[in-house]
Design a protein around this ligand. Sequence first.
Ligand code: FAD
Ligand code: NAP
Length: 532
Amino acid sequence: MAQNVAVIGAGISGLAALKCSLEAGLRATCFEKSDSVGGLWNFMDHAEDGRASIYRSVFTNACKEMMCYPDFPIPDEYPNFMHNSLFLDYLRLYAEHFELLRHIKFKTAVISVRKRPDFAITGQWDVTIEKAGKKESAVFDAVLICTGHHVYPNLPLVSFPGIEKFKGHYMHNRDYKEPTQYAGKRILVVGLGNSGADIAVELCRTAEKVCLSTRSGSWIMSRVWDKGYPWDMVYLTRFQSFLNDILPRAISDWLYENMMEKRFNHKNYGLAPLNRSLRKEPVFNDDLAACIMCGTVVVKPNIKEFTETSAVFDDGSVMENVDVVIFATGYSYAYPFMDDSIVKNSKNQVSLYKGVFPPTLEKTTLGVIGLVQSLGGIPPTSDIQARWAIGVLKGSCKLPPKDKMLEELNEAEGEKKSWFGHSESLSTDYVTYMDELSSFIGCKPNLSKLFLTDPKLYWEVFFGPCSPYQFRLMGPGKWHGARKAILNQWNRTIQATRTRVVSSHTQASSFIILATLLFMPLLLLAVFLAWS
Ligand code: FAD
Ligand code: NAP
């Protein structure tokens, strides 16, 4: 059974893995190559090789009640969607609160993770680190890889004929930091993911022209959803997930498309996805539609070719005199410190059981945390993955035999394609995935028990947001504050925006005035009839 664990990386996933390892009584050492916690959420004014890089204006696209660790709510005074600097503060608070810092070796890069010669018996790993130019190796019973997956840019230049003769500047969006230097320029942004949409919207305020090219379109959601509540508080519910499970696919697709079209008709804005029913990650952008409406962002189809100065699109239209092309074409992932065959299958695709364990290792003593992509926030997902992985390492959770894992992986691949389309990422449905892992751990909320013993909580758990606290409500790893956090989640959401309190007295009196105006004539008529 594993005793000492190496955690690689101190971003969201590494902090969760470290905290859960310590909570489970393991000896854990976290190696972080930078000098601080938070990973991607540390804004730097230039991109550094081998590290994630964000632009200055990034805000979270999951709200604070859905993007917290399940036993550490985000402070009441924080807004619902947080600027990257504020979310980084939260991660620091988490690290301090759970006294994680003393277990982290900063400025220490893991440069190699190799099976020991007796791996088939011991499952142990040789981990080599580099600090200040010095290399050192140590033996670990288990390794949790938490190095992030938005680090290595996907820059598919072969898909863009003529780019080699283009005389303007081109770059991947990981090098984009802020709009200042692009003022007055003619800019083409390629790719309609969250990065592409954010950057096009930001640049169009000061650029001369901004075009946004998309090959397959996307649904656009707003952070501000029904009745002004955060989209994920309204949409990521067990009830919604239950409907998806029981309704025929055609009906759930129809409901999904209708929901996406509620704010505007995507076809009229040139944004509609080619495959309307795929649950590919939507773009969360509150301003894109308005920019298109005002003509400051022009949506274009895929690029056919570049000339020296312009871009020609598939529909034959041309953007002339392009100064800068920003490829917001996503990321691919890599684990340069270990043999690819550990996590990749024969087709060179990452193949991990439940997105965590390589299924073919002789001993399951290596897990990847934070790689799965779902609509939910990363902190709760990494927390549940870490708890499950540690359960497996400690022997309290069991993995199926190798054949069964491979069989399930094949089935899951087919299922994934049907819901999310072809993609490199390990996409999955949030509620289903969280429930699956929590049932392995034994901490899945017991709904029938709640219905009978605590109907108020049951209601909120089933119909309300599937917030992270639900996965620390019962079973191993139970957090005593979970019930209260669930019952207060709407209040905290509103508290962050209701910074000018409108008294109920004012509302009541306007209601009375309205009612009087409407009903007075009826009342007078009734009195008149009674008297006559
Ligand atoms: P990272 O944050 O990338 O952390 C990895 C850490 O590992 C880093 O600190 C790195 O220095 C360290 N490391 C790497 N290699 C080594 C090594 N060899 N040795 C030692 N240390 C190493 N997700 C959400 O849930 N909500 C959002 O709103 C959201 N917004 C996003 C916005 C942008 C622009 C991007 C690109 C992604 C966003 N994501 C969001 C996804 C994002 O990847 C996760 O939020 C999260 O940062 C992932 O955390 P992580 O710990 O897995 O990886
Ligand atoms: P992404 O979601 O992978 O989007 C990449 C885009 O590039 C897609 O539209 C894709 O089109 C397009 N693309 C890829 N290869 C292409 C090619 N060869 N030709 C044409 N188009 C191509 O990447 P991202 O936008 O950088 O987002 C990465 C992650 O960071 C996501 O999880 C996202 O949520 C997160 N993020 C969050 C925020 C935030 O506000 N918090 C901001 C930015 C990013 P197809 O759809 O056709 O494949």
